[in-house]
Design a protein around this ligand. Structure first.
Ligand code: NAI
Length: 551
């Protein structure tokens, strides 16, 4: 198969164009002659601006969200430079289509909407010859891969090989936000069967119809896959995404490869970035905070672990920092003596100071703890009731309330509720987007703790300094960078995160901080970057970011 089947040309010069891009209406007459496509496209060479206007008009005519998704997917396939230029220029409008929430529907309907190859599928049946499959990937150079097994896509459950949509969407953001070249990314889906019976009985399903293999069998396949990947691309950065249980692979591969898990570490870093700003704005010293976490899954624990790191930099010991957290799950307050066997990740935050008392509900925990900070990672929409929010407002001048569950229907409260029941005093960040609120003649701007503030910069920084690992300090640096890059205007507007229109600038700065952290941990193999100043490094990062059609 020819390498051009993926239509991943990113080179605007005529010589190296793929067949897809060679029919670009912006080609000059001389380029058309060189490529022998003169006459195959309408006669008048046109500007990027008119190409963009046509694309946006066509996109607007698409009737449904999934039609828009398919339109953009086809555009990326036939003219990758144009797709990314439009994405970069219209980032806020287009990201919800190529990524959440619309990509969720695309993943659910993957086998119905499938059109062309866009990623690599490695099946459990390929075990023993995974290197051959990896060798089939047509692009010579790959810098980063996003790997999923589709087992827990965006809170939509096990979508089998439909998870490929997530890997593709996420890598599009690596390119759009951090300028990682689109011909150097690898969307990868591991097909180890699916426990989704509806999918298995769908005649159009394109994956293995067996039930999911055991955890041990999956690990054998992953061992072989990661070995094959780094044998072909020794500097590959690996990001795991949307695995039902993210912790075993993180423990197994995080020390061996340049690997990280965005659900745990990316979420932890970005929320920590918001918490740093919120703690400062609250006027309460870090050691005097009390945080109730509603939801003790991978995201909740990942976030808390990262915030512990922040509190440690503020002078608290690990034990002191952990004592700031009270976790609540389906069985109530997480305690060591609750009687059930706690998974490893919950043990670290289980309370041992409850004197045998078990507290069953969020309301009771709130009354017991009187928190300064309330975080929602439970997937339970509306769990932060007006009564709970009002109490937070009563006990705190600036209550910190982060309802982080996605999608918006699962958000623990809305922005409007948080504003109204705290009389506008809340320090708020959510997982899903909310509109600004006007309350008592004042307009308030919500914050979205979106992982896209950090993961593109983590990936870019790791690639550029050729880090052999993604260390905890690199993840920490990414979260801290987001908070450090707030502009004065954003701070004045009460924001906890930079405006998304600045995402490329923020991603470059995150990459810089990730590189500096890698250098401190001595995991960077590109030593030349140690010699240059921050200003030079930032200029270098920005100069090499893929930025098609920019003049
Ligand atoms: P998970 O399924 O691993 O964890 C959910 C947790 O909530 C579990 O501990 C469960 O016991 C608890 N829970 C569920 N129902 C409950 C109930 N009725 N009462 C008390 N506790 C209950 O899910 P994961 O991956 O931890 O994600 C949680 C949420 O966080 C999701 O909605 C996800 O979309 C969101 N998230 C947000 C991110 C962001 O804002 N940047 C990033 C990653 C995840």
């Amino acid at each position: 198969m020819s390498p051009s089947f993926l239509c991943l040309s990113v080179a605007p010069n005529a010589e190296s164009m793929s067949p897809g891009a060679s029919c670009d209406t912006s080609l000059s007459i001389s380029a058309r002659k060189t490529l022998k496509v003169h006459g195959l496209v309408p006669p008048q060479p046109e500007s990027y601006a008119s190409q963009k206007a046509r694309c946006l008009a066509q996109l607007a005519r698409s009737q449904t969200n999934i039609d828009k998704y398919l339109y953009l997917s086809a555009l990326r396939h036939r003219n990758v430079d144009l797709f990314y230029r439009i994405l970069i220029d219209h980032f806020i409008e287009l990201t919800p289509i190529i990524y959440t929430p619309v990509v969720g529907e695309a993943c659910q309907r993957w086998c119905e909407i499938y059109q062309h190859p866009e990623g690599l599928y490695v099946s459990y049946r390929d075990k023993g010859r995974v290197a051959d499959i990896v060798a089939n990937w047509p692009q010579e150079e790959v810098e980063i891969t996003v790997i999923t097994d589709g087992s827990r896509i965006l809170g939509l459950g096990d979508l089998g090989i439909g998870g490929m949509g997530i890997a593709i969407g996420k890598l599009a953001l690596y390119t759009g936000c951090a300028g990682i070249r689109p011909d150097r990314v690898l969307p990868l889906t591991v097909d180890t069967g699916t426990n989704n019976a509806t999918l298995r009985s769908n005649p159009l399903y394109l994956g293995d119809r067996s039930e999911k293999v055991s955890a041990e069998e999956e690990q054998e396949l992953l061992d072989e896959l990661l070995e094959a990947l780094v044998r072909r691309w020794p500097r590959l950065v690996v990001q795991f995404e949307d695995w039902k249980n993210p912790f075993p692979s993180l423990a197994r591969y995080g020390e061996k490869y340049a690997m990280f898990n965005d659900d745990v570490q990316g979420t932890g870093a970005v929320i920590m970035g918001g918490v740093i700003g919120a703690v400062k704005a609250s006027g309460i010293a870090p050691r005097d905070h009390r945080a109730v976490f509603f939801g003790a899954g991978s995201a909740g624990v990942g976030v808390a672990q990262q915030i512990v790191e922040y509190f440690k930099t503020e002078g608290l010991s690990e034990t002191e920092a952990r004592k700031i957290f009270w976790f609540v799950d389906t069985k109530g307050l997480v305690t060591l003596d609750r009687g059930d066997k706690l998974p490893e990740h919950k043990v670290h935050f289980a309370r041992d100071d409850n004197n045998g008392q078990q507290i069953g509900s969020l309301d009771e925990v709130i009354d017991h703890v009187r928190p300064t900070m309330l975080m929602g990672l439970s997937t339970i929409g509306g769990a932060f009731t007006p009564a709970i929010i009002s109490k937070m407002g009563l006990w705190n001048q600036r209550p910190i309330i982060f309802p982080l569950s996605n999608p918006v229907s699962k958000s623990e409260c809305t922005y409007g509720e948080a504003i109204v029941h705290t009389e506008g005093r809340v320090l708020f960040a959510s997982g899903s987007p909310f509109d600004p609120i006007t309350y008592r003649d004042k307009t308030y701007h919500p914050n979205q703790g979106n992982n896209m503030y950090v993961f593109p910069g983590i990936g870019l920084g790791t690639i550029l300094c050729k880090a052999s690992r993604v260390t905890g300090s690199m993840i920490y640096a990414a979260g801290q960078a987001v908070s450090a890059r707030m502009s004065e205007g954003e701070l004045e507007d009460g924001l906890l995160y930079p405006r998304l229109v600045r995402i490329r600038e923020v991603s470059a700065f995150v990459a810089l901080c990730v590189i500096r952290a890698a250098q401190k941990d001595a995991v960077d193999d590109e030593k030349s970057l140690r010699e240059i100043s921050d200003a030079q490094l930032e200029a270098l990062i920005r100069a090499q970011m893929y930025d098609p059609h920019s003049v």
